[in-house]
Design a binder for this molecule. Structure first.
Ligand code: FRU
Length: 489
């Protein structure tokens, strides 16, 4: 089968439904906000090279979270330093005074990273936009928060209605600090959150704090009124060999976050190797959308690349599931994926399902048996293997033949287990050029993995005819919805 894609750059083609930058280097998503009918995505960007350099905020926007329009760079480095990660708020009431009454500004709150004579200082600064996020002016009073620390970054800001104040969470070494403000310019320290189980030397990055209402109950029906606060952050150790994204569930009283996550319980947002620095969208009504960098610092700067390096995860909608007396986040691809997914009349060739060579979403119904099932995405030469046991709830993704071994042998195969999955018979795969995102159960287990196959996958091999599957072309124009939604109860 000829899989030559006309847009191919060498053997590395752009993903179909995942954001990639026009050129240059990308890492964390920044300033995620829905405004003026668009989902804005600002991002850590180095336009002049394929590795992390002097950071800017790149900018793109989308109406459907699938198709992205590139826009001019939003923030350039300046005399206070490079522009590291941060967030964006809509200052509707013009509390900052950057706008006018009736025309509140969008305000970016970001980290200025300054390196001078071997010393690093990170401080928080502001920039504002009066044209819906297209162009920005930096605040003349920058920085607005500067205790002179080295690891003090990634502010995520939101408006807390009960207190009538802006709240900022940011990472400070091995802790998350919380500040508040009435005008975004003057910040008052409120509290510090520590997990109590930090490893020596680990650093926290990119925190987020937001409320959610639990969806369902294992043991009791919830009233739907109860609010649970979720604190997320990314963790990395200095040699970058280990990183992950953690979350805690608890309460927030406008000043401090109190974890209700049982001690010793480590909640991880993504069980794969390629998901980091996620944050959620601001200003979206009635759903919480999360997007992360689809990568891992351990090898991010050495991944195969031609014109650009780095992609974002596919945006996910979060749900909070009650699990006994505890809570767990479930994640699904945002519904826009399904809205624009055309059912693909895939043919079976023995145990192989023929793939279209384009991004696709595969939904599987597995038999519930104590056996390990094996699935394989292949182009006839190389394959990405997935092994699943619905009884022991063990999962293995083996990319040995489709991932550069010189990036580190430890990254070739991911084995993991999540005992809390309630419907392990349900497995969904979002397969795009260079990545697979696996959503297991009701989305309680998500696993993101990059791959670099020489040619597009042409077959999905199932080890048994009993496995029921449906296939959808992701990002296709078809408007017919899959019958079965991921949110089945
Ligand atoms: C996370 C991170 C942030 C920082 C940014 C710099 O990946 O290290 O903590 O602001 O990247 O690009």
């Amino acid at each position: 089968m000829d899989n030559k894609d006309k847009t191919a750059v060498g053997s590395y083609r752009r993903p179909g439904v995942h954001f990639s930058p026009p050129s240059g280097w990308v890492n964390d998503p920044n300033g995620l906000i829905y405004f003026g009918g668009y989902y804005h995505l600002y991002y850590q960007y180095y336009p002049d090279g394929l590795t992390h350099g002097a950071m800017h905020w790149g900018h793109a926007r989308s109406v459907d979270l699938l198709h992205w329009e590139y826009l001019p760079v939003a923030l350039y480095p300046d005399e206070h330093g490079e522009i590291f990660s941060g967030s964006m708020v809509y200052d509707r009431e013009n509390t900052s005074g950057f706008g006018t009454d009736g025309n509140g500004p969008l305000v970016a709150v970001f980290t200025h990273h300054l390196e001078r004579g071997g010393t690093v200082i990170q401080s928080q600064s502001l920039a504002y936009s009066l044209d819906g996020g297209n162009s920005f002016l930096k605040y003349a009073g920058n920085p607005v928060l500067n205790p002179g620390l080295r690891d003090f970054r990634d502010p995520k800001v939101f408006f807390h209605e009960p207190e009538g104040r802006w709240i900022m969470v940011l990472s400070a070494g091995q802790e998350v600090q919380i500040y508040s403000s009435v005008n975004l310019k003057e910040w008052e320290y409120r509290s510090t959150f520590q997990s109590g189980d930090q490893e020596p030397g680990e650093i926290w990055e990119c925190p987020d704090l937001f409320p959610m209402t639990p969806e369902n109950g294992d043991t009791e029906k919830t009233s739907g009124q109860e609010q649970v606060w979720i604190l997320t952050f990314s963790v990395i150790i200095p040699d970058r060999k280990y990183s992950c994204v953690r979350y805690f569930t608890g309460t927030f009283n406008g000043s401090s976050f109190t974890s209700k996550t049982p001690a010793g319980e480590k909640k991880i947002l993504d069980l794969g190797y390629d998901f980091y620095a996620p944050v959620t969208y601001e200003n979206v009504q009635s759903r919480r959308i999360l997007m992360g960098w689809q990568n891992r610092w351990a090898y991010a700067e050495r991944l195969p690349a031609v014109k650009y390096r780095g992609t974002m995860s596919f945006p996910r909608e979060l749900k909070l599931m009650r699990s006994g007396t505890d809570y767990r986040l479930a994640q699904y691809p945002v519904r826009e994926l399904l809205d624009a997914a055309a059912p693909y009349p895939a043919q079976r060739d023995g145990a192989a399902v023929l793939l279209p060579g384009q991004p696709c979403y595969i939904t599987l119904e597995l038999p519930l048996r104590d056996e390990t099932r094996e699935f394989c995405l292949t182009n006839g030469h190389n394959c990405l293997k997935i092994l699943v046991n619905t009884n022991t709830k063990e999962l293995e993704i083996n990319r040995t033949s489709v991932f550069p071994e010189d990036l580190g042998k430890e990254w070739l195969c991911r084995k993991t287990c999540l005992r809390e999955i309630k419907h392990p018979e349900s497995l969904r795969l979002l397969v795009d050029t260079n990545s697979v995102e696996l959503f297991w159960g009701e989305g309680e287990a998500v696993c993101s993995m990059l791959y670099y196959a020489k040619a597009a996958f042409t077959k999905f091999l199932t080890d048994h005819q009993e496995v029921r599957y449906e296939l959808y072309l992701a990002g296709a124009e078809g408007r017919e919805k899959p019958d079965e939604s991921m949110q089945k109860k």
